[in-house]
Design a protein around this ligand. Sequence first.
Ligand SMILES: [Zn+2]
Length: 259
Amino acid sequence: MHPAIPHLVDLQQLDQRIATLHAEFDGLPKRFREADAKLNGAKSAVASAKEAHTHAQTQRKKLELDVEQWKERAKKYRGQSSSVKTNEAYKALQQEIANAEREAAKLEDLVLEQMMAAEDVEHRVKHVEADLKEVESAVGAEKKQIEVQYNEKKKKLETATTQRAQIAAKVPEDLLELYSRISRRHPGAVMAEVREDQCRSCGMRVLPHVVQVLRTETNEEVFRCETCGCVLYTLEPIPHAAPAADAAAASADETTRSE
Ligand SMILES: [Zn+2]
């Protein structure tokens, strides 16, 4: 196997990780906006309920004034009835009085209806205000959480990007160029393990002599799958390019096992 292959495998793992982190990172502003939209929705529900409440109250006051006016009119006509001279004029006046009283009664019914409607609206105001309070605290918590995640992911991305640069520095330029070229076409799917003589990326058979060479530790040739174009590698044996700490742990394991 080409000595740079383990680095390329690590590079691919890191690239996949970076891509995942980027996707999660890019999703955060949307979540932030969604939280804001939820809050604005709850706020406008309160505003419109309050507006409906004000409207109902204004309507009621207007109706009450109308009732008063009709009652005043009836009172005025009644006062005039003693000074009426003719029978006809008296009858007409009685009719006016009856009419004014009917109008007043009709409007009083409407006032009652309006009062009941206002009560409903009042309940609605209380309900949406309670909702708003809940949404406010939920959105506040959500935003705080998004902020924490934002900082975490930013740090993870920075770490992964630094690690990537360190690993990439160990890979010869021509191989790195090949990796980038394949990666542009198939992000995260550049390297393919060969297992049981098959390319694990596309499932096609890999020629036995290629597998043989891949397994040879001194080999420095790079093979690509004839079907999918992935760079092939075998895990047996593979000197994994692990970080120092892991390597120490691994060798300790080895010692334990060999005893
Ligand atoms: Zn393949």
